[in-house]
Ligand binder design. Structure first.
Ligand code: CA2
Length: 152
């Protein structure tokens, strides 16, 4: 399998700041599953469609930007929960816009039912789909969408 073929079957799942704490605090907002559970769920969902998953969490904006740039040659689609950077990062928005890969923005919580500052996303205008409030099931829905979009 060459690099192009490998990239075609791969979905990058990116998670931003503090999501490494999932399952340890705030269960009323984020549920009790851990990020490891999310990784397993995403890998299983991708596998069921014949895709693989590359999974990365970082608390650093530049690491997330670098991962998006790298995805140009290693992935066919992106699932991104940028955490709080959703509401602040022009850099992540520009990276997503610059790589021209199908992308889904996921939020575990329904950001629209929460504080006003969480209602605006810099990313929503440059992704294909936004999923919020479905808990960690949102990652599965995102992969489902990408698998179907990438087949057609
Ligand atoms: O609902 C989401 O998925 C968010 O992207 C999560 C971000 C938040 O800043 C966004 O507004 C919405 C925060 C992730 C922090 O996750 C924690 C999990 C457990 C304990 C503490 C933080």
């Amino acid at each position: 399998m060459n690099d192009e073929t490998a990239a075609a079957g791969n979905i990058l799942v990116l998670n931003g700041p503090n999501l490494n704490l999932l399952g340890t605090r705030e269960p009323a907002v984020y549920g009790s599953s851990t990020l490891e559970d999310v990784q397993e769920l995403a890998a299983a969902a991708a596998r069921s469609f014949g895709f693989s998953v590359e999974f990365l969490q970082s608390n650093h904006e530049g690491v997330l930007v670098d991962a998006l740039h790298a995805a140009r040659t290693t992935a066919a689609g992106i699932v991104i929960n940028a955490g709080a950077y959703t509401h602040t990062s022009v850099a992540i928005r520009d990276a997503l816009a610059g790589i021209s890969l199908p992308a889904v923005e996921v939020h575990i919580s329904n950001v629209h039912k929460r504080e006003e500052f969480r209602h605006f996303s810099y990313l929503s205008a440059v992704v294909d789909v936004v999923i919020a409030g479905a808990g960690i099931h949102g990652y599965e829905l995102a992969i489902n969408y990408l698998a179907s979009a990438l087949r057609h």
